[in-house]
Design a protein around this ligand. Structure first.
Ligand code: CAA
Length: 379
């Protein structure tokens, strides 16, 4: 046991924290209000090498590991959860399956420009009638000569509309549920591909979430990712790591809310002394900090396991489950510490509370995380 981050991880944390404070935090409230994604911030993240943290340099990455990546997501989310999930979807949901299952040519063509920040990635699994039951998807792909033709639609796509590359799953053999699904790499300019409705959301409002539509969309055969019929497995394996990215986002949101609550509690006086000196508030802060620390340790452990090449699916589901619930609990308590002021837009804690809710829903609801964990315990 060695409970200390390496100097490299600490340096990366400091770099991302400074960047987040200087470049991301000042406009976070305004972007939330306006539901505005900021490409300038994304480009600056590229300049810092944040868009390909775990990938080797030959694919445009910085050759670091998954622990460094979750630290970056955490620090960004500490000031702006939308920026955190932009990085998480780009890296975990689009970059990871390309890195693991892409051919050399696909990695050079798609992963490298993504890691360099020249292109943005997204992932499309959910459909209007298949959310938790991901295997029930209806988007289909039929082979016609040297290309596939896709029809259907996907919803709730993080980075939808701003992404250049979408990793999408479609049924290639309707007679076989899980083994009849294939993964495809879709470019935004493919004929028959379009971006549909943009969602108006409770939280993470400066991260665009859209529908994507396939109408007789022609996809070259060489854009099949992995093997034919391997799509469901690729989708699930991608989510194994993606869920830990969401756990990191949740830890960041919770830490940001705690930072704000501690600062306010030290300054706000009632009954002749700071509210931080009153047990009703100080015990709340202690519980918030304790839960965040436990969530962070679960998240770092899952990232470390993945970096070491060890199994991490169960741990990743656990980190997302615990960190998501922690983010919701901690941000709700942070609003409580601020009292009436916390309920207004004059302080950031209401935004943290709205942003926290999605961490209990996307990349598998908390109920699905329990299903994944319990199946692994009993199989
Ligand atoms: N790794 C590798 N293989 C896996 C796997 C994993 N983690 N999970 C399942 N599989 C394999 C199984 O081994 C099985 O293969 P065999 O048939 O060869 O044995 C096959 O996949 C089917 O597995 P299950 O029987 O477990 O499948 P299921 O239909 O019962 O579903 C589930 C399992 C866990 C409920 C799955 O459907 C699931 O994760 N649902 C939630 C979906 C989800 O998280 N959606 C979020 C989308 S992303 C998002 O939120 C948007 C965004 O942009 C952020």
């Amino acid at each position: 046991m060695y409970f200390k981050l390496s100097d490299e991880h600490e340096m990366l944390r400091k770099m991302v924290r400074d960047f987040a404070k200087k470049e991301v935090e000042p406009t976070a409230a305004e972007r939330d209000e306006q539901e505005r994604f900021d490409m300038v911030i994304f480009r600056k993240m590229a300049d810092l090498g944040l868009l390909g943290i775990p990938w080797p340099e030959e694919y445009g990455g910085i050759g670091s590991d998954y622990l460094a990546y979750v630290i970056a997501v955490e620090e960004l989310s500490r000031v702006c959860a939308s920026t955190g999930v932009t990085l998480s979807a780009h890296t975990s949901l689009a970059g990871w399956p390309l890195f693991k299952f892409g051919t050399e040519e696909q990695k050079q063509k798609y992963l490298k420009p993504m890691a360099l920040g020249e292109k943005i990635g997204a992932y499309g699994l959910t459909e209007p009638s298949s959310g938790s039951d991901a295997g029930g998807m209806r988007t289909n792909a039929r082979l016609e000569g040297d290309h596939y033709v896709l029809n259907g639609s996907k919803i709730f796509i993080t980075n939808g509309g701003i992404a250049d590359i979408y990793i999408v799953f479609a049924v290639t053999d309707p007679s076989s549920k899980h083994k009849g699904t294939t993964a495809f790499i879709i470019e935004k300019d493919f004929k028959g591909f379009s971006v549909g409705k943009k969602e108006r959301k409770l939280g993470i409002r400066s991260s665009p979430t859209t529908e994507i539509i396939f109408e007789e969309c022609k996809v070259p055969k060489e854009n099949v990712l992995g093997e034919i019929g391997e799509g469901f497995k690729i989708a699930m394996m991608t989510l194994d790591g993606g869920r830990n990215g969401i756990a990191a986002q949740a830890v960041g949101i919770a830490q940001g809310a705690l930072d704000a609550a501690v600062a306010y509690a030290k300054e706000r006086e009632q009954f002749g002394k700071p509210i931080a000196a009153q047990q009703g508030i100080s015990f709340k802060l202690a519980d918030m900090a304790t839960n965040i620390e436990a969530a962070r340790l679960l998240t770092y452990q899952a990232a470390w396991l993945e970096s070491e090449g060890l199994p991490y699916g169960k741990e990743s589901a656990m980190s997302k489950l615990f960190a998501g619930d922690t983010a919701m609990k901690v941000t709700t308590e942070a609003v409580q510490v601020f009292g009436g002021y916390g309920y207004t837009k004059d302080y950031p804690v209401e935004r943290y509370m709205r942003d926290a809710k999605i961490t209990q829903i996307y990349e598998g609801t908390q109920e699905i995380q329990r299903l994944v964990i319990s199946r692994m315990l009993t199989k």
